[in-house]
Structures are given as structure tokens and as C-alpha cells.
Ligand binder design. Structure first.
Ligand SMILES: [Zn+2]
Length: 125
């Protein structure tokens, strides 16, 4: 994994996505992903909540729809005063040669199987 992108995913929502990565959104599938414009690598971001920076947040029920539950560390109303608006799900990165090519998935919790196609995933970080 590109260390600059990993650092960005962990902690830097206010910074631009580091080159050569671009953030893309497919409106038909409602999938947020990052694409390496040099080699075509795709990272699909399946976290229910992503801080896009600049006060923008990506909220998505796709993970719940795919897995049938909210991630274990996701609590919409965790406790009084908790500011959900500053939060995003911590990234867990899995990879697999599934869905037709090598794909990296950013997920909110550890899963063994690809939520998109069901095949076995490998843990990256
Ligand atoms: Zn898959």
C-alpha cells in the first residue's frame, strides 16, 4: 500500500488526496473509491462515514446493505455530546483478486469475505 495514501486515509481529511491518487464517486453504484492514475489500482472505500474535508461527509448505507448490519464500531448516537460530524470510520484495508482484478477494499471492520462478491479477502493493514 502507498504509505502516503495510507497516512491520508488515517488522519488527513483536510488535505488533498495525495498524488497519484484521485477520489472518485460512482453515482450509479454509490461507491466511493480511490484510483491510482499511474497504474490503475483501485481502492474501494466501503466505510459508512468518510470525512471528505472542508466540512463535507460521505454517508452511505452500502456496508449495511451488503453485510446486513452496521459495523461493530459504528454507533450513530454513541453518547451525548459525541460529535459524529468530526468522525469517520477508521480504515481497515483488505485485498483480493476478486471482482475481476486485484482490488483493495477499505472497510470499517474486519471481514473474511469480499462484501461485493463473497470471495476470500486478505488483510493488508
Ligand atoms: Zn469481490
Amino acid at each position: 500500500m502507498d504509505p502516503s495514501l495510507w497516512a491520508f486515509l488515517l488522519s488527513s481529511p483536510e488535505l488533498p488526496v495525495p498524488f497519484p491518487w484521485e477520489r472518485c464517486y460512482d453515482t450509479s453504484t454509490e461507491i466511493l473509491f480511490y484510483k491510482n492514475i499511474m497504474d490503475g489500482t483501485i481502492l474501494i472505500d466501503l466505510r459508512p462515514r468518510v470525512n471528505l474535508g472542508g466540512g463535507l461527509f460521505f454517508d452511505n448505507s452500502l456496508w449495511q446493505e451488503l453485510t446486513g448490519h452496521f459495523p461493530i464500531n459504528y454507533h450513530p448516537n454513541r453518547y451525548p455530546g459525541y460529535n459524529q460530524l468530526e468522525d469517520q470510520n477508521p480504515p481497515i484495508i483488505l485485498y483480493s483478486n476478486c471482482c475481476g482484478q486485484l482490488v483493495y477494499l477499505i472497510v470499517p471492520e474486519f471481514v473474511q469475505n469480499c462484501p461485493l462478491c463473497g470471495c476470500f479477502m486478505f488483510f493488508l493493514g
